[in-house]
Ligand binder design. Structure first.
Ligand SMILES: [Zn+2]
Length: 231
């Protein structure tokens, strides 16, 4: 049985022995002396809690590819030939990117929503996407004192309905906006959103933000290029 020693990110045990079940080469790191160090993902089981962790480890010597070793049958101590430099976490999962040219606050909220979605936290994801829509649509309302009334202004669902009705939001997106239900009947309040509803909401949020911010900025860029050519 091959082993390694490290702190366990699952149970918190320090300097605990792990059973090494497998090692996968996935790239290399350039060192200061322009040599290369192989980098691996190490699948291992904690002797204390019996849970698995995938560590990132960098080879210490320029020996053979560690992924060619049958770790289950060997009696090596991996700590003698590789150094742990990190742990694979949910942050390493593929996360969909927001549209370009968003205001920083909306960009950051969208990214947080996409991260929640990637780890199956659908209600948290929906709350973040709704917040993006909330920020983006509040700015589209006429000044206070004018239509619509306060009830409509405050509710995301009603506000969006009004913005579509007034043709301030593009009518082509109206059907997709079904996923943004009225306040009081959504993930943030009821905790009942399933995966598909969260994906619907992500898709709609992407398209709407793209219309409101990305396209506007691309048009402005094209205009600037044209004026530069004229000059
Ligand atoms: Zn453990």
């Amino acid at each position: 049985m091959a082993i390694m020693v490290n702190d366990c990110p699952r149970c918190g045990s320090q300097k605990i022995t792990f059973q090494v079940k497998g090692v996968n080469y996935y790239g290399y790191k350039l060192l200061v002396n322009s040599k290369r160090a192989n980098v691996y993902e190490v699948y291992s089981v904690c002797k204390e809690c019996n849970k698995t962790t995938i560590f990132i480890a960098q080879q210490l010597n320029s020996g053979a590819d560690l992924s060619n070793i049958h770790w289950d049958e060997s009696h090596w101590n991996l700590s003698q030939c590789a150094e742990v430099t990190g742990v694979i976490t949910p942050a390493d999962l593929k996360v969909s990117q927001p549209p370009e040219h968003l205001p920083q606050d909306i960009h950051d909220i969208y990214v947080e929503g996409a991260k929640c979605l990637s780890i199956g936290c659908y209600n948290a994801a929906a709350t973040m996407f709704r917040l993006c829509l909330d920020y983006a649509t509040k700015n589209l309302l006429p000044p206070e004192g004018q239509e619509p009334n306060n009830k409509i202004r405050r509710s995301l669902g009603l506000r969006m309905g009004w913005l579509f009705e007034s043709e301030i939001l593009p009518n082509s997106l109206r059907e997709l906006a079904e996923c943004v239900k009225d306040d009081g009947n959504d993930g943030a309040h009821e905790g009942i959103l399933d995966k598909n509803s969260a994906i619907d909401l992500e898709e709609f949020t992407f398209l709407l933000l793209e219309r409101l911010y990305t396209e506007k900025e691309r048009l402005a860029e094209a205009k600037r290029r044209r004026e530069k050519r004229k000059a």
